[in-house]
Design a protein around this ligand. Structure first.
Ligand code: 5IU
Length: 271
């Protein structure tokens, strides 16, 4: 299923303009690395929290600044930030422009269109004002996608076609349905969250659950290394959270991962 096309060649196949802008950034920075600004908690032996990270806007912004030069995308979870205000999103957008990356809010919209429209534009987060990319489950049918594309024309959409966690239900027929939905809304949808390429080079593939050492966590996350994900499974962008966030030197870790992911892409082109 892995196709042989380069990112340059894909540029003319992607209909959505955010998708094309992303490809341009990727080629310019030689980066197919997305960093997930995830939180992590370290518990002690009697389950008390010893250490907690990336739940403040200060920490989020400092990560964006540290890893910014190495990444094509910063993936956020705005609802884990304790002190979110509009100025946080303004500062994020500023850093995104400074370092040339796109902001992907991993809100995973899943409701009927009418609700999703309000979640995207309203509340205290106003996601549509600052996110370049948002994602959606297909469980509620195409109305979810219609609502997102109508109320945020400048946002590109990714559909969840597969997941990295143990026991997830996004398999086989479900994955195929995601592909069909995307093909129906190609102006708005430019890619998938998946474990690799699921067949159509007109879309980009984004894979979470990536770590150089592999392994997993205690809540069902399953890690695959960048080379497997990109060179073998045919994914385009690796999404790395704790592999970088938990490192004592995030700048260096981001640089190591950028190189590993880009080399894996080059290796795929050679095969
Ligand atoms: N994420 C996954 N798996 C998935 C989907 C999203 O891990 O199938 I869809 C998110 C969760 C987190 C990031 O924001 O990707 C992975 O972070 P770690 O690299 O820290 O596990």
């Amino acid at each position: 299923k892995v196709h042989p096309l380069s990112f340059e060649q894909r540029l003319s196949l992607i209909r959505n303009k955010v998708g094309r802008r992303l490809l341009e950034i990727m080629l310019k920075k030689q980066s197919n690395l997305a960093v997930a600004a995830v939180s992590f908690v370290i518990f002690n032996s009697i389950n008390l929290i010893l250490y907690e990270d990336v739940t403040t806007s200060e920490e989020l912004l400092s990560i964006a600044n540290e890893v910014g030069p190495q990444i094509c995308i910063l993936k956020t979870h705005m609802d884990i930030i304790q002190d979110w205000t509009e100025s946080v999103s303004e500062k994020l957008v500023h850093l995104a422009k400074l370092h040339h990356f796109l902001i992907f809010e991993d809100r995973k919209f899943a409701d009927i269109g009418n609700t999703v429209e309000l979640q995207l534009t309203g509340g205290i987060f106003h996601i549509a004002q600052w996110a370049d990319i948002v994602n959606a489950h297909i469980i509620a049918g195409p109305g979810t996608i219609q609502a997102l594309s109508r109320s945020a024309e400048h946002c590109g959409i990714l559909l969840l076609a597969q997941m990295s966690s143990k026991g997830n239900l996004a398999v086989q027929e479900y994955t195929q349905k995601a592909l069909e939905f995307a093909q129906q809304y190609e102006d708005a949808v430019f890619g998938f969250i998946s474990l690799g390429c699921i067949g159509d080079p007109n879309f980009l593939y984004f894979t979470p659950g990536v770590k150089l050492e592999g392994g997993g966590d205690s809540l069902g996350q399953q890690y695959t290394d960048p080379k497997t994900v990109i060179a073998i499974q045919g994914s385009d962008v690796a999404i790395v959270g704790r592999g970088i966030i938990q490192s004592s030197n995030r700048r260096e870790a981001a640089s190591t991962y950028r190189k590993a992911c880009w080399d894996a892409y080059l290796q795929r082109l050679e095969e």
